[in-house]
Design a protein around this ligand. Sequence first.
Ligand SMILES: Nc1ncnc2c1ncn2[C@@H]1O[C@H](COP(=O)(O)OP(=O)(O)O)[C@@H](O)[C@H]1O
Ligand SMILES: [Mg+2]
Length: 253
Amino acid sequence: MPLLEVRGLTKRFGGLIAVDDYRLDLPEGEIYGLIGPNGAGKTTVFNMITGFVRPDGGTVRFKDRDVTGLPPHRISELGIARTFQNLRIFRRLTVLENLLIGRHKSFSYSVADALLMTSRYGKEEGEGSKEVIEVMKELGIEDYSDRPAGELPYGIQRLVEIGRSLLTRPRLLMLDEPTAGMNPREAEDLISKVREIKESFDLTIWVVEHRMKVIQGLCSWVQVLDHGRIIAEGTYDQVMRDPKVIEVYLGGA
Ligand SMILES: Nc1ncnc2c1ncn2[C@@H]1O[C@H](COP(=O)(O)OP(=O)(O)O)[C@@H](O)[C@H]1O
Ligand SMILES: [Mg+2]
């Protein structure tokens, strides 16, 4: 039984079918990739799985339980974490404070709430903060702990967001274009970090990415989406040889 099983997932925005009959069997412990041109529907797939967008049709099963259409905080509690294509961190809060918010699963987006939450959790030392420190070390961001996140290089801000998602203790981690805004070196570095956190946190990972190097370096299985439909899937080498995929990536450009 796969960890995540998706069938017939569909989303319309007005007259546009953004995602059409999407399906997936994601086995535990794997790293899968989802690629496709801009506007293909990748983020909408992620949004439907994580409860940010309500599907018009289809089912999502996680750990053999129907989670279709549940709100984001429930999905998070059940063990699915994600990062966003457009980074969502609190720029004025420190790295540590941003991470502490992850421990409060259904984090709110108000800075005032966040500050309240972090001061409350900050007082509860012990196990919690040990976990936060472990995550910072794992991601190599412990030196930035007291710095406001917004002042840090983009690559580091991305790691802060990943760190926050890890602190919700997910089984499945979904990364939406994690190397966006990173330089090639930071992107290389992220590949090895993702491999490391997969092992240390015993994760299954699903990644949307534009950089083929990242997909090639990480994913055991890749799906290619175009105009909301899966046009190819297989290993990286298989999909890259597929004429339909070549057409999509080279044809219309
Ligand atoms: N909330 C929304 N309202 C209307 N259209 C949307 C919305 N979200 C996405 N879309 C449209 O759905 C399509 C797929 O978008 P998206 O999932 O963001 O693609 P990708 O992540 O592959 O670039 C695009 O045409 C986009 O404009
Ligand atoms: Mg997207």
